[in-house]
Ligand binder design. Structure first.
Ligand code: BDR
Ligand code: CA
Length: 311
């Protein structure tokens, strides 16, 4: 299995991404989960990460708390999407598994230094603060990362927190800039693809029908999540963002994209956090990411449902 660290700000869709990974032990080995502030403050995201591990029957997974705010800016959160807990939609027990004492940034550094070179993939589901801080603190680890697979950015679809920015990049554009300039192979799941992964009623019903507690909780969270977006997306379900990352690790053939240059706007108040994707290769700037543009939505939901049934 491929060794990964999941960096996350749960978030109902982060929870789905984590559960998909934990239900896929043949393909994915989760070395640890690092929480970052984003959808809700850090005290909630680390707690939610532990709740999700317990819900998945995996209290043995190590969860670390990381940065409580972006590198150079105040924190922006998204309770309007995820509810005040970050996992609204169902009642979940307080976690009993411990939070690790080590800081998430130090865990990332230590893991990359001790695991063989280029065998660890970083899966980022939130702002890139923990990862970029680790790269600043320990530049030697950059060349040791196998790949970064991230949910973030958007281009043809526009933004979801401002007209031009996607939430994860907007929260910490300086961190995103460091990551996109790192030279590490990046696979990027922008809104352009996650907006194809709609939580249609029959898809959520199939998850619910699994009947086990983890799947039922997931279905309830998905019914809550992005519930205001029915109008916006012209469908009976909002998009599911973060599980695109873990699905890609299991079934890359569900996705297709292009190698492009991606740069991050860090200055303009109007377009802060925009991901400028050179999709049509109109510059000679070097491609630095595989930008995913299309997904097989039915295949994706079939995979998610199959793996949730294992928890
Ligand atoms: C991203 O923002 C968060 O609210 C979601 O969890 C996802 O990671 C989508 O823009
Ligand atoms: Ca997220």
């Amino acid at each position: 299995p491929r060794k990964i660290i999941i960096d996350t700000d749960p978030g109902q869709d982060d929870a789905a991404a984590i559960m998909l990974a934990l239900g896929s032990a043949e393909e994915i080995e989760v070395l640890g989960i690092t929480a970052v502030a984003g959808n809700v403050p850090l005290a909630r995201t680390e707690r939610n990460a532990r709740i999700v591990c317990e819900l998945s029957g995996r209290p043995d997974i190590r969860v670390f708390a990381g940065c409580d705010k972006p590198m150079r800016r105040p924190l922006v959160t998204a309770e309007h999407v995820h509810g005040s807990t970050g996992l609204d939609g169902t009642e979940l027990d307080e976690p009993t598994m411990p939070l690790q004492k080590q800081h998430a940034v130090d865990f990332i550094i230590e893991t990359l230094r001790t695991e063989p070179e280029k065998t660890v993939t970083l899966c980022t589901l939130g702002a890139l603060t923990n990862v970029a801080t680790a790269f600043e603190k320990a530049p030697d680890i950059v060349d040791r990362v196998q790949e970064i697979v991230m949910m973030g950015g958007g281009y043809f679809e526009g933004g979801n927190i401002t007209p031009s920015a996607e939430f994860n990049i907007y929260v910490d554009p300086e961190a995103a800039d460091i990551v996109f300039r790192s030279g590490i192979p990046i696979v990027m799941m922008p809104l352009d693809v996650t907006h194809q992964l709609l939580c249609l009623k029959e898809r959520v019903d199939r998850i619910d029908a699994i009947g086990r507690p983890a799947a039922k909780a997931m279905a309830a969270m998905l019914r809550f999540y992005e519930r205001f977006d029915v109008e916006k997306y012209g469908s009976d379900g909002g998009p599911l963002h973060d599980p695109a990352v873990t699905a890609y690790l299991i079934r890359p053939e569900l996705f297709s994209g292009r190698h492009c240059n991606v740069e991050i706007e860090t200055q303009s108040p109007l377009t802060l956090g925009a991901t400028v994707i050179d999709w049509w290769r109109v510059t000679d700037r070097k491609p630095n990411a595989l930008v995913i543009g299309k997904a097989d939505a039915d295949g994706f939901f079939a995979l998610l449902t199959e793996r949730l049934a294992r928890l």
